[in-house]
Design a protein around this ligand. Structure first.
Ligand code: SF4
Length: 169
């Protein structure tokens, strides 16, 4: 089991959901200068083949719907990294009517990378931390989604409430 977890931590397929401006830091993270592949992390285009979901910044209500759909398609165990202050507290969009303030209310998050925008060094640092957590069996946020499914669904439903967003006549 220990060996299995170690192997799992060294072979991660990452789907990056480029929602915010912080996504601009991903190309250098992926390419030769910082080269995330040396840590066994490769980009993947579809959620069904991904282990790791990277949310790279602010999320509008409309985008969050797609994120939830992508997250639910990922096989378990699945991991989420919230990238940038916007995923933690709304960042510079903290008072926007249409941007969510806390990603963890809607899907479970294993790690956050704070900053606006975080540099590739911080991203690599988070990847290494996640690898360590997986190898130790500590990256279990995905279980929360199963155990507290109704709570997450309630939060999502409140946000996606069509009535709330419709123009009152
Ligand atoms: S944290 Fe900063 S860089 Fe990232 S999406 Fe928000 S405003 Fe953009």
């Amino acid at each position: 089991m220990k060996l299995f977890k170690f192997a799992q931590s060294r072979s991660l397929w990452m789907m990056h959901f480029c929602t915010g401006c912080g996504a601009v830091e991903l190309p250098p993270t992926m390419t030769s200068r910082f080269d995330m592949e040396r840590f066994g992390i490769m980009p993947m285009a579809t959620p069904r083949q991904s282990d790791l979901l990277l949310i790279t910044g602010y999320l509008t209500v409309k985008t969050l719907k797609r994120v939830v759909r992508a997250y639910e398609q990922m096989p378990t165990p699945r991991y989420v990294i919230g990238f940038g202050s916007c995923t933690i507290n709304g960042g510079m969009y903290w008072d926007s009517y249409n941007v969510i303030k806390k990603l963890e209310l809607y899907i479970p998050v294993d790690l956050y990378i704070n900053g606006c925008m975080p540099r590739p060094e911080a991203i690599i640092d988070a990847f290494l931390k996640l690898r360590e957590m997986i190898a130790k069996g500590e990256a279990n946020a995905w279980k929360k989604y199963i155990e507290n499914y109704e709570w997450y669904k309630k939060n999502q439903a409140e946000l996606f409430d069509v009535e709330k967003w419709s123009v009152k006549k």
